[in-house]
Design a protein around this ligand. Structure first.
Ligand SMILES: N[C@@H](CCC(=O)N[C@@H](CS)C(=O)NCC(=O)O)C(=O)O
Length: 339
């Protein structure tokens, strides 16, 4: 069984979590460590030694003596060593895995652009607060929507999704890489967006992204992934890198939570449709109310003496205007299922 080598990174999830998960899922032996503050295992000394090809981590020192930089290259090298277990069972699996790895990098860039890292100051975070709101309310849901459409599942008669995955196996290197990034987005406040639900016929509630959520939960629960997340892998504990607002506020002694991280799960375009539907519903409600609060100008009433129904005309509501021509207009209200 070939050895993968030694993985080195900072003690934060950022670009390390995914690689440790992929290494663990390879089933191959590997070692690793997260850098220390001082000494030969510190980033200062490693960087100064010049071994890092781009002066950055993560790094993988392979058994042949090669030092690899760049996360995607490391992920793909590990996948090649593991074969079908991480590259999938077909060329299509391999291609999808590559596509999902690139998609995961895009999600990481989005997270990185919103000043959510654990070392940012409250001022830096505040300066990107609007950007972060857009990320959680619109950009992430748009990514989730695209991913949902790429995923497959078995659906039961009751509409329950099982065997949710993107490739034949559901755990190619690209899928594991994506899992790591989505998990970091969830920890930073994206859980609401990922688990967003909508009312459906029959009073039930359905997830917006059932296949994506099914795949995410299944993979997340795997022993290998849990081992990494609970600090049991060769890399030890990975601290959360992108912080959710409550954790950030706690860290900085800030009391108020601005409500950031709220998401509706519709995605960019559908937000407008949803707002439109809500507006139309309000208009209809107001119209109905204004009609029902008034007695009709003409109605039938029971004559107390004869007991017969007679026409009753309200003097107060009578006017001298000619009758209006009523045009039949059909109001179309968008329904959630089409979003
Ligand atoms: N494209 C690279 C980016 C690596 C990177 O940005 N590494 C950062 C930490 S996440 C780093 O090593 N920073 C320390 C430094 O530049 O000295 C990858 O995906 O591996």
């Amino acid at each position: 069984m070939s050895d993968l080598g030694e993985l080195i990174y900072f003690p934060v999830m950022a670009k390390g979590l995914q690689l440790a998960c992929i290494a663990e899922m390879s089933g191959l032996p590997w070692t690793g460590f997260t850098v220390e503050d001082e000494g030969p295992k510190s980033w200062g000394e490693i960087k100064a030694s010049g071994v890092a090809p781009f002066g950055q981590m993560p790094l993988l020192k392979t058994p042949s003596g090669l030092v690899l930089g760049q996360s995607c290259a490391i992920a793909n090298y590990i996948a090649k060593m593991a074969g079908a277990a991480l590259e999938g069972e077909s060329d299509n699996d391999y291609a999808l895995s590559q596509m999902l790895m690139a998609e995961a990098e895009d999600i990481y860039s989005l997270l990185g652009s919103c000043e959510l890292a654990n070392w940012k100051t409250p001022e830096q975070r505040e300066s990107a607060a609007e950007k972060a709101k857009t990320l959680f309310a619109e950009q992430l849901p748009a990514h989730f929507k695209n991913l949902e459409e790429l995923a497959s599942s078995d659906v039961s008669d009751e509409g329950k999704h099982s065997d949710c995955k993107f490739t034949t196996t559901g755990h190619t290197a690209g899928e594991i890489y994506l899992l790591g990034m989505i998990h970091q987005a969830v920890l930073a406040g994206g859980g609401l967006a990922l688990n967003a639900s909508k009312p459906v016929r029959g009073g039930a509630i359905a997830l917006y992204y059932p296949r994506l959520v099914g795949w995410y939960n299944t993979l997340l629960e795997r022993d290998e992934i849990q081992k990494v997340l609970t600090g049991g892998s060769a890399m030890g504990t990975f601290n959360q890198y992108f912080l959710d607002t409550p954790s950030f506020n706690k860290k900085h002694g800030i009391e108020d939570d601005s409500g950031y991280g709220q998401a509706n799960g519709y995605g960019t375009v559908a937000v407008d449709l949803a707002a439109e539907a809500a507006k139309q519903k309000e208009v209809m409600k107001a119209l109905r109310k204004s009609q029902m609060d008034k007695p009709p100008p003409v109605a039938m009433k029971k004559d107390p003496k004869t007991g017969e129904m007679v026409k009753f005309e309200s003097e107060a509501l009578k006017d001298d205007l000619p009758d209006e021509e009523v045009e039949e207009v059909e109001i179309e209200i968008p329904v959630g299922d089409d979003y």
